[in-house]
Design a protein around this ligand. Sequence first.
Ligand code: C5P
Length: 232
Amino acid sequence: MIKSPVITVDGPSGSGKGTLCNRISRWLNWNLLDSGALYRILALLAQRENIPVSDGVGVAALAHDLDVQFRSAEGDEPVIVLLNGDDVSPQIRQEDCGSAASSLAAHSVVREAILGWQRSFQRPPGLVADGRDMGTVVFPNAELKVFLLANPHERAKRRYKQLNAKGINVKFPQLVGSIAERDERDKQRIHSPLKPADGAVVIDTSDRGRDDVFAQVAAIIEKRFGLPAMRT
Ligand code: C5P
């Protein structure tokens, strides 16, 4: 069976993955997988069921028969996430849900429980996969792997703006602390740590705008997939 092509975009929180993936998937009309949202959904369900994030087996058991769909939002807004038909985006975008997701994502039993589910998003005409281990573990044969970086202060600033725009109240110093803690946990964990995949195109987005980063990646995609240049 011929598999649909995959583009992976990995990197830490606030590096610009979400915006870039949204733009690529809209441009190519490809499917989108926001893998962080799956971990966030498990965090939300664990909270509802009173299962502590330290209970990997308990959390992994929640990952069955979940119908999750991603809808592209307006402009550069984060993708809308539907769980069994309900829009859970406002709940899962909270920073405490991100922290809980990062804690439960450290359990190999949880990661294994959602591996096949993540791969099931690979459908025609293609997939853009956003996460931490998309290029290293979930789609190691992806046609194109991108890894975004940005300095921690810039990433916290972006996250702060994003959360504020959504009416989610956070204090900047606390956000800086929470992001730093999450980064450390994601990088240091034993299973699928955050790191660039072999052969990944690494882009530092610290001092660059979204249009600029998208243009660079779009040019690489055009070349790699033999597409006509979208800009004249
Ligand atoms: O990308 P996002 O901030 O929504 O991810 C939330 C958390 O989920 C991350 O901090 C990370 O710990 C975890 N995650 C992961 N692997 C992925 C995507 C997210 O471990 N592929």
